[in-house]
Each structure stands twice: as structure tokens, then as C-alpha cells.
Design a binder for this molecule. Structure first.
Ligand code: ADP
Ligand code: MG
Length: 238
């Protein structure tokens, strides 16, 4: 189960109100994409869900339990970043094992999870390499693998494809969609790329200056944008 509920989420940095009251329900197994212009608060909102930062007001519940006071480690979510954030001095296998080593998990279980994820992502031949010996696409697969081995309640992906060249981005988009279908996991995916949002999302959340403008399926957003901003952003004739 990976149901996420946001109620009245606000975030201010000093005098700057970055999130101005966000209410959103993400269903179990749903792939929700946050879109919106640079600086509108997408990463900030994702960090609140992950527990990497605390909201100024509001509550975050996972499967009906209020997790707002809990740290990132106690929320059972996994975040994937644009920058991959792999440890350069460790092998791919060590990078994937790293997050599991403090959990008292048996070595055999860790190895089995790495083997499963490596098979799923087709990175088995890369397990003993270092990140510096990998292409951008391979590094992003490893970063996703590191999230998968944790068997998280939900995956939070912050512009995971934006460092890739255009061609690779299109193929990784399809890979991520296929992975979502196979894992059946809840995913919250942030992008500033409209095409990525339209092709991947079950529902799109359009953000503007810290507020939600509209939440709907790609088709409904395209056909019935709530206002000119949404129409302009999704690319339908306004
Ligand atoms: P997005 O991911 O949509 O591009 P962000 O969530 O990164 O936007 O940022 C939203 C706004 O919050 C920006 O104006 C940014 O400068 C500001 N911001 C984000 N993090 C901090 C921080 N730690 N301190 C101060 N301002 C921040
Ligand atoms: Mg961002």
C-alpha cells in the first residue's frame, strides 16, 4: 500500500511563502506527475513528502498514518534525484547495498534484493563497476535500483531524466513507465517537461507559485484546462 495524503501543506523560507496550501491525495499504485515552471515549489513539495524538510503548516499521511513528525528514514519512501547522488568510490553493488546496511537486514536478503533489481533494470553486468565507468543512462538506472532494493512504500523522483540527452530521455521515460507497471508502486514524479508528464502520468498536478492550479488525467487537462495558465503549460490551444 502506498497511499499519500497531503493536507494544507505550507512552507515558508524566512518571509518567502513557497508553498501556499497544498491538498492532494495520491492513490495506491498511482503515478502522479508534478509539473510547473522553475521555482514554483515542485522540489520543495517532494522534499516535504520525503521527510527531508518539515512543512511550516499542514499534515502528511501515508496509508492513513500521520507521518509529519517522522524523519525521512522512518517514512519508508525512496527518493531518486536528478544528480543520481551515487558514491563515486563505491561499486554499483555497494551503492545499491548502502541504504540497507544499517537496517540489520541479513546479507543474503540484501544480495537477493540487489540481484532482483539488477535483473529488472538490466544492469547485472555493471554491478562491480564504479559510477565513473557508467554512462548517464546507466547511472540513472543504478540510482533507481538503489531505490528499488529498499522496497519503498512509494518512489519520489525529482527530475530523474533531466540530465540525459533527448534520445535517452525518451527511452528512459518508457522504461520508467514499464517499471511502474511491473512494480505496481506509487510514484510521484517531478518534471518541467510537458511531454514527459503527458506520456507517463495517471494524473498530472499543475503547480504555479506554490499553489495547485489543476489536478487531472493528461487527457482531461488537455481537453478541459481550468485556465489559460494550464492550457499554456499543457500545450492545448487556449
Ligand atoms: P522547483 O523545483 O519547482 O523549480 P523549488 O521547490 O526548488 O522549485 O523552489 C521553490 C522556491 O523556493 C524557489 O524560489 C527557491 O528559491 C525557494 N527555496 C527552495 N529551497 C529553499 C531554501 N532551502 N531556502 C530558501 N529558499 C528556498
Ligand atoms: Mg526542482
Amino acid at each position: 500500500m502506498g497511499q499519500i495524503s497531503l493536507k494544507g501543506i505550507k512552507k515558508s523560507f524566512g518571509a518567502v511563502d513557497v508553498l501556499k496550501g497544498i491538498d492532494l491525495e495520491v492513490g495506491d499504485g498511482e503515478l502522479v506527475v508534478f509539473v510547473g515552471p522553475s521555482g514554483c515549489g515542485k522540489s520543495t513539495l517532494l522534499r516535504m513528502i520525503a521527510g527531508l524538510d518539515q512543512p511550516t503548516a499542514g499534515t502528511i499521511a501515508i496509508n492513513g498514518t500521520d507521518v509529519t513528525p517522522r524523519s525521512a528514514a522512518d517514512r519508508g519512501l525512496a527518493m531518486v534525484f536528478q544528480s543520481y547522488a551515487l558514491y563515486p568510490h563505491m561499486s554499483v553493488r555497494q551503492n545499491m547495498a548502502f541504504g540497507l546496511q544499517n537496517t540489520r537486514m541479513a546479507r543474503a536478503e540484501i544480495d537477493a534484493r540487489i540481484a532482483d533489481a539488477a535483473r529488472l533494470l538490466e544492469i547485472e553486468p555493471l554491478l562491480e563497476r564504479r559510477p565513473g565507468q557508467l554512462s548517464g543512462g546507466q547511472r540513472q538506472r543504478v540510482a533507481i535500483g538503489r531505490a528499488i532494493v529498499r522496497r519503498p512504500t512509494a518512489f519520489l523522483l525529482d527530475e530523474p531524466l533531466s540530465n540525459l540527452d533527448a534520445e535517452l530521455r525518451v527511452s528512459m521515460r518508457a522504461e520508467l513507465s514499464a517499471l511502474h507497471a511491473r512494480l505496481g508502486a506509487t510514484m510521484v514524479h517531478v518534471t518541467h517537461d510537458q511531454v514527459e508528464a503527458m506520456t507517463m502520468a495517471d494524473r498530472i498536478v499543475v503547480l504555479r507559485a506554490g499553489r495547485i492550479e489543476q489536478v487531472d488525467t493528461p487527457l482531461n487537462l488537455y481537453n478541459r484546462p481550468a485556465n489559460l495558465f494550464v492550457a499554456g503549460f499543457i500545450g492545448a490551444p487556449g
